[in-house]
Design a protein around this ligand. Structure first.
Ligand code: PEP
Ligand code: MN
Length: 279
C-alpha cells in the first residue's frame, strides 16, 4: 500500500520518472551505477593497525576497489565492541595512504558527520539508522557520497523516502544497499531480498548494491549470494573480509577470509563478461 504523500512517488527526486538518466556515483576513481561492478570489501570493524593494513593490502591485491571498515559500530548490545572510534578513522587513513583505495565507513550520529567525512570517501548509513531523519538531512548537505542501507524491517517505499531526505537537501550522490531484512526465518541472520534489486532499479535512478554478508550471516553462502546479486543487476557488492574470521571482534561468522575473497573475485571476473559489466 502506498504511503499518502503531498508529493506522489512519481514526482520524488529519487524517481526514474523525474530523472530518466541513471545516477553514477563517483567514489575516488570509480563510478557506481555505470558498467563497472564496484567491490567494497574489508572487515566489519577496524580492530588494530595490523589487521586493517593486512586486509587492505590483500583486498587491493585481488582487485577490490573500496576498503570498508567500521570505526563507529552500532551494536545491538551495549556490551559488545563499539569500535575504535577516532583511532579507527586514523587507521583507515593509514590504510588508504598505503593502498590508494578509497574508504567507506559508517556514520552513526549527526555530531560525528564532519569527522567521518574527513576520512571517508563515501559515508555509510547503517540499517539501524535508515530512519535517523536529522542525520539524513545533514548528510544531504555535505558534498560526499552516501551509502544508504535498507533498514532491518524497512519496506521499499520507506527506504526510498529515506533516500529522498538526502536528495531533497541537495545531495544526489546516494547509493542504495540491500542488506537483508528481518523475516520469520531464523536459519539465516536476515533474509536477503534480491528481488528488490531489479524492482528498485525500475523505480529509481540511484545505483543499488548488495551486502550478502549481513544479508545471510553465513560465511559459506556469502560468495554464492554475491554472484546471485550480480546476476540480479547489482551495481556493486559490500563484503565483509577478515584475515582471520574466527578471531574477528564482530561478524566473524559472516566474514570471508582472504582466500575466499580471492576465489570470489576470480568467479566475478568470469561472471561479469556475461552481463555486460567490467570488474
Ligand atoms: C556493517 O556494515 O557492519 C553493519 C553494521 O551493517 P548493517 O547496518 O547492515 O547491519
Ligand atoms: Mn558487520
Amino acid at each position: 500500500m502506498a504511503i499518502k504523500e503531498l508529493i506522489p512517488r512519481s514526482h520524488w527526486l529519487t524517481s526514474l520518472k523525474v530523472k530518466t538518466e541513471r545516477t553514477r556515483v563517483k567514489v575516488g576513481p570509480y563510478e557506481i551505477g555505470g558498467n563497472e561492478l564496484v567491490i567494497m570489501a574489508g572487515p566489519c570493524a577496524v580492530e588494530n593497525r595490523e589487521q586493517i593494513l593486512e586486509t587492505a593490502v590483500e583486498i587491493a591485491k585481488y582487485g577490490g576497489h573500496i576498503l570498508r571498515g567500521g570505526a563507529f559500530k552500532p551494536r545491538t548490545s551495549p556490551y559488545s565492541f563499539q569500535g575504535l572510534g577516532g583511532e579507527g578513522l586514523e587507521l583507515l587513513s593509514l590504510a588508504k595512504a598505503r593502498t590508494s583505495m578509497p574508504v567507506i565507513t559508517e556514520v552513526i550520529d549527526t555530531e560525528s558527520i564532519a569527522k567521518v567525512a574527513e576520512v571517508a570517501d563515501i559515508l555509510q548509513v547503517g540499517a539501524r539508522n535508515m530512519q535517523n531523519f536529522p542525520m539524513l538531512k545533514k548528510l544531504g548537505r555535505i558534498k560526499k557520497p552516501i551509502l544508504l542501507k535498507r533498514g532491518i524491517s524497512a519496506r521499499v517505499e520507506e527506504w526510498l523516502l529515506s533516500a529522498e531526505y538526502i536528495l531533497s537537501e541537495g545531495n544526489s550522490q546516494v547509493v542504495l544497499c540491500e542488506r537483508g531484512i528481518r523475516t520469520f526465518e531464523t536459519a539465516t541472520r536476515n533474509t536477503l531480498d534480491l528481488s528488490v534489486v531489479p524492482l528498485v532499479k525500475s523505480m529509481t535512478h540511484l545505483p543499488v548494491i548488495v551486502d550478502p554478508s549481513h544479508g545471510t550471516g553465513i560465511r559459506s553462502i556469502v560468495g554464492t549470494m554475491a554472484k546471485a546479486a550480480v546476476v540480479a543487476g547489482a551495481d556493486g557488492l559490500l563484503l565483509e573480509v577478515h584475515p582471520c574470521p574466527e578471531k574477528a571482534f564482530s561478524d566473524g561468522d559472516q566474514s570471508m577470509d582472504i582466500s575466499e575473497f580471492a576465489k570470489l573475485m576470480e568467479d566475478l571476473e568470469r561472471l561479469v563478461k556475461f552481463i555486460d559489466k567490467s570488474l
